[in-house]
Write a protein that binds this ligand. Structure first.
Ligand SMILES: [Zn+2]
Length: 334
């Protein structure tokens, strides 16, 4: 335990010293690997993803020719660490953050970018983020402790200072601090990141009414947002425009972007491939079939939500399982 803490504290100091070198105008040549977040290399280290479960939704970053993009930004309070690590790994600053949808575990970190980068989302996400600003307060309040858990209490001073400045930003104008700066005006939208072309898709309502799938064809990878929960029960948010039928349609169209070698970054859970999309389609189809049968048998909503079916066994996020059933019950009820 203590060995682990000291290793992490050392990693934290390493981040700080390399940033000081950068500020002094010296190029960063070394890529340190022992940081707070666990980063997985994709596409021969042209892309990186982090999937730490307790820190919000999964994050993908790509860089090319001094330009970089991040997809989703986790909780607000840890974004100083997240951005510092990502930029160190890419050796370049991030100028574009894409939100896959409005949920606060994917958009809290917007506060770390709205001041100096473009934050891009579906138009409906802009409205929804603006309606949930109080949700981010607690994320900022607990940020210091969350960063301590990742890199130890001896973390570099610039992380705490940056968090304090983000708190001030949020206090002075919360909407400006969190709401995306630009919206996607057509689908698919194509954006350049250095030499790479990025395609942003929206296939209609699914997990929410503002899901965006981020596809990088040249790297054969995509971030599905919360259209895919890998190894976990999917989260149904009835106030966010969820549609199980639409979710399946969106996943089928997402699947069409893939081949057998595509790296798939899900919204939550480990990085997967097209099989992770297939498993999510299968889960949702079986859920609709079983709930439809229960309704036909005259079962009540509560009774149905308490039912267990084999396809639902062995998955994480057990506490949201009844919620998924109840939402589909409402969707299928006449
Ligand atoms: Zn979500």
């Amino acid at each position: 335990m203590s060995r682990q803490v000291s290793r992490r504290a050392f990693a934290g100091m390493a981040i700080g010293s390399s940033l000081m070198l950068a500020a002094g105008g010296l190029p960063i040549r070394r890529r340190r690997t022992s940081n707070g977040f666990e980063w997985h290399a994709l596409a021969e280290q042209k892309a990186w993803a982090t999937t730490n479960a307790s820190t919000g939704g999964n994050v993908l970053v790509i860089g090319s020719r001094s330009e970089a993009m991040m997809v989703d930004a986790k909780f607000a309070g840890i974004v100083p660490l997240l951005r510092a690590e990502a930029e160190q790994r890419l050796d370049t600053g991030i100028g574009l953050l894409v939100n896959t949808h409005h949920h606060a575990d994917h958009t809290g970190g917007n506060v770390g970018f709205t001041n100096d980068a473009e934050v891009l989302s579906h138009a409906a996400a802009v409205r929804r983020v603006a309606q949930q600003l109080e949700r981010y307060d607690q994320q900022l309040d607990t940020g210091e402790a969350a960063m301590d858990r990742l890199v130890g209490p001896d973390k570099p001073a610039h992380l705490a200072e940056r968090l304090e400045s983000l708190r001030a930003l949020a206090r002075s104008n919360a909407a400006k601090a969190f709401v995306p700066t630009t919206t996607i005006d057509r689908y698919p939208m194509r954006r350049r990141v250095g030499e790479l072309s990025v395609e942003l898709h929206h296939f209609g309502p699914g997990h929410t009414d503002n899901d965006v799938v981020v596809h990088v064809p040249e790297l054969n990878l995509l971030h599905t947002g919360d259209l895919v929960f890998n190894g976990l029960h999917p989260f149904f948010d009835q106030s966010g425009g969820v549609s199980a039928a639409g979710w399946i349609r969106s996943l089928r169209m997402t699947r069409d972007l893939c081949n057998g070698a595509t790296a798939v970054v899900p919204g939550h859970g480990p990085i997967t491939d097209v099989s992770g999309i297939d498993r999510q389609i299968d889960y949702l189809e079986r859920l609709m079939e079983n709930v439809s049968r229960a309704i036909a048998q005259g079962r009540s909503r509560d009774e149905t939500a308490a039912m267990r079916w084999e396809f639902m066994e062995g998955l994480g996020f057990e506490q949201i399982r009844p919620r998924a059933i109840a939402a589909v019950y409402d969707e299928l009820s006449p």
